[in-house]
Design a protein around this ligand. Structure first.
Ligand SMILES: N[C@@H](CCC(=O)N[C@@H](CS)C(=O)NCC(=O)O)C(=O)O
Length: 161
C-alpha cells in the first residue's frame, strides 16, 4: 500500500504485500524465506545457524512453523475459525502454539536457547507488534524486552524511519 490505501505499483511483491526483497535480480517474498536467504547470504552476522550446525534444524523448524502454523492459527483466531474441526485437526490451536513457544523460552533466553537468531526477529517481532499474539506472562515479557533492547533493532529502525 502507498499510504492512502492504493496498491503501490512499485512494490514487486506479486500480491502487493510486504515484505519483499529484490537482490541481484531475484525476488524473494515470504518473511521466512527472506530470513533464510539473508542469514545464508551473510553468515558472518551469526544469526542463522549454517548447514552442519546442530541448531540448523531447530532454526529451519521455527521459520517454517511460524509460516505454516503460527500465522495460520493467528488468522484462525482473528477470523473466528477456532471451532472449525478441519482447521483444528490440521493446525491444532492456540494452546499448542503457546506451549511450543513457552517450552523453548522456558529454556531460553531465545528460541534456539543461548543463541539469538533470525527466528527471534521473525517471531519476536509479532509479539512486539501485538503482545496478545504470543503467550501471556513474564517469560515472554522478558523475552520481548530482550529482543527490543538489541542495538541492531535500533539501527534497523533508524534506517527504516
Ligand atoms: N506469509 C507472508 C505474509 C505477508 C503479509 O500478509 N503481509 C501483510 C503485512 S504483515 C501485508 O502486506 N498486508 C497488506 C495486504 O494484505 O495488502 C509473509 O510471511 O511474508
Amino acid at each position: 500500500m502507498d499510504g492512502p490505501g492504493a496498491p503501490d505499483i512499485s512494490n514487486p511483491h506479486p500480491d502487493k504485500k510486504v515484505p519483499a526483497l529484490v537482490d541481484e535480480g531475484s525476488l524473494i517474498t515470504e518473511s521466512a524465506a527472506i530470513c533464510l536467504y539473508l542469514t545464508d547470504k551473510f553468515p558472518a552476522n551469526g544469526i542463522g545457524p549454517r548447514v552442519g550446525d546442530p541448531l540448523r534444524g531447530p532454526y529451519l523448524t521455527w521459520l517454517a512453523y511460524n509460516a505454516g502454523v503460527i500465522e495460520t492459527v493467528m488468522h484462525m483466531e482473528f477470523g473466528g475459525l477456532m471451532d472449525n474441526a478441519m482447521l483444528r485437526r490440521t493446525f491444532r490451536g492456540r494452546a499448542e502454539v503457546d506451549a511450543r513457544i513457552l517450552s523453548a523460552l522456558n529454556a531460553g533466553p531465545y528460541l534456539l536457547g543461548e543463541r539469538f537468531s533470525a527466528a527471534d526477529i521473525l517471531i519476536g517481532s509479532t509479539g512486539m507488534w501485538m503482545r496478545t499474539m504470543m503467550p501471556a506472562g513474564k517469560i515472554v515479557d522478558d523475552y520481548l524486552a530482550r529482543c527490543a533492547a538489541r542495538p541492531a533493532l535500533a539501527r534497523a529502525q533508524a534506517k527504516d524511519g
